[in-house]
Design a protein around this ligand. Sequence first.
Ligand code: NAD
Length: 505
Amino acid sequence: MDPTFTLADPTGAEQYPALPPTTGHFIGGEFRAGSSNSRIDVINPATETVITTVVAGTAADVDDAVAAATIAQRGWGRTTPRHRSEILHRIADVVADNRAALAALESWNTGKPTSVAEDDISSAIDTFRFMAGAARAITSMAGGQYAAGNTSLILREPVGVVGVITPWNYPLLMAAWKIAPILAGGNSVVLKPSEQTPLTTLRLAELLADIVPVGVLNIVTGFGSDVGNRIAAHPDISLVALTGSVRSGQSVAETAGMTLKRVHLELGGKAPVLVLPDADLKAVARGVRVSGFWNSGQECGAACRIIVHESVAQQLVDHLVREVGTLTVGPPSGGIDIDIGPLVSRAHYERVVSFLARAKQAGARTAIGGHTFDGPGYYIAPTVLVDVTRDSEAATSEAFGPIVSVETYTDLEEAIERANATQYGLAASVWTTDAGHAMRIPTELDFGTVWVNSHLVLANEVPWGGFKGSGYGRDLSLYALEDYTRTKHVMFNHEWNPPLTEQHH
Ligand code: NAD
């Protein structure tokens, strides 16, 4: 039975308790108009109305930002970890002081439910706090005499100016995931937010103008093809970090290759959820209700591909239909009860609608959901697809919407192979009550994160990032801080006889 989802509070989306931020590029500690008159509409996805417009930046604007960042980095990179830590704590404080306003602005621009936006802001605060601590606790191999008569010392240095390109699904949180370790490491930043969701990043720049030294944090708004591409190409940027699609990752890595700058990529995913016959099926369904549909499924680690043993498949689908049927769809103005908001844009909505149509054409059936709503707003009902065949598009391609597919398996080893046989390698989960399986299967799954009996639980202490087509480099944790620093070996010769030239051999 397919309960029809209805929209909660569809008209409330018109009123919103947030103000748009200053627009313009934030370069050298001030907002600047930039070199182009061209502007980009920023749309409220719940009403399809224009909130404001931002500047469509150019390569020349990136060059200005890099010039400011290069000068600022020289001083910033020489500050003590303690000093940078104090600034990161002040950033966390100011984000916390503006928590409600930032969450409201994020919801306004992305359509995401209040609960998701509030979680984003809380997580961002914790990222700044964690990196404030981590900045003072970097370790490396012990100094010592590794060559006779010489003492070695390992220095951890900033890499320089870091270029950052963020996506639209978690605009402020992804900015925080990059900015915090980059600043902690003594680097300066030139960041381009998604052209669709630049508002909280611009608000952050406003809030930090008096906290972060001039030129250390720079924001250039605009399209990937112009601003993003110049960030990847700029010779004075030492490392470019992108969170986005596989295609953008390929383009950035290719362009970055021309200057051999370092690349850090967090790309797409299609997380398998491997359900063994001994799993607690109610727990799986409760887990997928949240982790398959969080942020309307616009989540790179979403629990979107269930691979379940055939003997318990029908039981699991029954639990799933019951759990998913309790989700409430509506605009963020509907308050804390809303679970599923609109998708971020018309283009993305159309992409997901056609993904669904192709899945149905290929023989998949909707156990629940599968429909859209009369506008305005880019809403798609939370959907569970069954009878999904292995290797089909529905099983292996990222939908990035509120869609969870269910496929069955007979043989466990074949199921593990199937889970691994995609271009992605970001995240996976295994659901079992058998301790042996719980220990062994994660070692055989080719994914950067594997959860056992849960999904999509993150913490700032542990790394996040993928393998294969999901990219390389790690966000969060000390591993991110390592990614945004470079090691230098300094060797002290302390045997003055024989002379250096002879001793060399
Ligand atoms: P996208 O790749 O379209 O855009 C991401 C950013 O890259 C935007 O700022 C965009 O302007 C820019 N960009 C696009 N083309 C570019 C180019 N050629 N050169 C430089 N910059 C370019 O992705 P999106 O639609 O904003 O985000 C959705 C994607 O992000 C999904 O595939 C999702 O899985 C992925 N994602 C991954 C993670 C993760 O942690 N792995 C987190 C969030 C989102």
